[in-house]
Write a protein that binds this ligand. Structure first.
Ligand SMILES: Cc1ncc(COP(=O)(O)O)c(C=O)c1O
Length: 305
């Protein structure tokens, strides 16, 4: 997959893609002191709709608060920077948006409190992240870092080394995606997705105290399923439970709703995406494109406002 576009937003200016450069002593490059988001915008044929823009920007500010840095932008300025980036590129297709705040002072000090924070917004055309027909996953040996060591609720760059190691382990073993357990051996999440299981028509997902990122897609799925009258419960999930579940699916901005059809060599259900997964995936696909009146509050049009 090649990621590129014409323009990038960097500290208040729209610059050419090839000119969006930073210094090698940038603090975030050395210590992982960046805060980022992954957002999708969907092309409807008439407009580009950003999905849950406010929620993503809010999470960025929560992550910054946890890291302890001072952000020289307001939430409204970040939202406007994102919209400006999409407009500058005149996208007329589905895109992925990567806003990133990063400690940019060229220094080796660890005290980030007074250091400069830069903001960049990168966006590029993006299709499916994982095969929508279903993936094979492995429970990996790397555990999800626990909240007592790193703030997993925050989307901070350095924490993603955990996801990188997990995914590389899964791929080395020939699987598409990793599933990580928390320090207690309960299912936490995928390398970049939250996990849901379906047993006897009921939907379960690990709670926030199982060292998960509080995913926005997870929240969307819980709301959609509840509104559809389905039973959804947040509770600890044991490893063996995902082997015997009727359905397992991963959710995330990039992965959307991806069925898991095999885990550690065990076939999940009948080895095909199950009815609950399919129903939610179809509904989700409509919601993100602004096709369901009830959830229009979640989409922000880029060109018509
Ligand atoms: C570790 C991790 N968990 C879960 C998610 C899903 O979060 P969201 O639905 O907000 O994209 C992501 C993706 O951002 C992630 O990186």
């Amino acid at each position: 997959m090649k990621f590129s576009a014409n323009y990038v937003w960097l500290d208040g200016r729209v610059v050419k893609w090839e000119d969006a450069k930073i210094h090698v002593l940038t603090h975030a490059l050395h210590y992982g002191t960046s805060i980022f988001e992954g957002i999708r915008a969907y092309w409807t044929g008439k407009d580009l709709l950003i999905f849950r823009l406010d929620d993503h920007v809010d999470r960025m500010f929560r992550s910054a608060k946890i890291l302890g840095v001072k952000v020289p932008y307001t939430a409204d300025e970040v939202r406007r920077a994102i919209i400006e980036t999409l407009r500058a590129n005149s996208f007329r297709e589905d895109v992925y948006i990567r806003p990133i705040m990063f400690v940019s002072t060229p220094t080796v000090t660890l005290d980030v409190r007074m250091l400069e924070v830069s903001l960049a917004v990168i966006a590029f055309p993006f299709g499916k992240y994982l095969p929508p027909e279903g993936i094979r996953a492995a429970v990996v040996s790397w555990r999800r870092v626990s909240n007592t060591m790193l703030p997993v609720m925050a989307k901070i760059g350095g924490i993603y080394v955990n996801s990188v190691l997990a995914l590389v382990e899964a791929r080395n073993k020939g699987f598409d995606e990793a599933i990580l357990m928390d320090a207690n051996g309960y299912i936490a999440e995928g390398s970049g997705e939250n996990v849901f299981v379906v047993r006897k028509g009921k939907i379960y997902t690990p709670p926030t105290y199982a060292s998960i990122l509080e995913g926005i897609t997870r929240d969307t799925v819980i709301k959609l399923a509840t509104d559809e009258g389905m039973y959804v419960e947040e509770r600890p999930i044991a490893r063996e439970e995902i082997y015997i579940a009727d359905e397992v699916f991963l959710v995330g901005t990039a992965a959307e709703i991806t069925p898991v059809v095999e885990i550690d060599g065990r076939t999940i259900g009948n080895g095909k995406p199950g009815p609950v997964t399919k129903k939610l995936a179809e509904l989700y696909a409509k919601v993100v494109r602004g096709e369901v009146e009830k959830y229009l509050r979640w989409v922000t049009p880029v060109y018509s406002t």
